[in-house]
Design a protein around this ligand. Structure first.
Ligand code: SF4
Length: 100
């Protein structure tokens, strides 16, 4: 697989890419949708369980430390969804729009 075609959440073209080791060993690479920002009413039901599962995946991720170092170097506004075990939400999510 071409590395540029890998689906790795939560990376977008708006921010610098994570280190290569993070891209290659990220536990989120095979299920990027799990790490999407939840909808506004996420605190109950399946969305809450999804967020918890994503955070648990990050906690067990072999590249949590370099991922956290990378994400902490970025503007908070550029992060969206579950990144390095933390939930980031854009203002649009806080107002109730869903993340597609
Ligand atoms: S710590 Fe979480 S967001 Fe970072 S690479 Fe691992 S699974 Fe992905």
């Amino acid at each position: 697989m071409n590395r540029t075609n890998r689906r790795v959440n939560p990376y977008t073209t708006r921010r610098p890419p994570p280190p290569t080791t993070v891209i290659e060993h990220a536990a989120c690479r095979d299920d990027p949708g799990l790490f999407d920002a939840p909808s506004a009413d996420w605190s109950a039901g399946p969305e809450r369980e999804r967020v918890a599962k994503a955070k648990a995946t990050c906690a067990a991720c072999p590249v949590l430390a370099p991922c956290a170092q990378w994400s902490s170097s970025l503007p908070r506004s550029s992060l969206d969804g579950i990144v390095s075990g933390r939930l980031y939400r854009t203002p649009s999510h806080s107002r109730g729009t869903t993340h597609n």
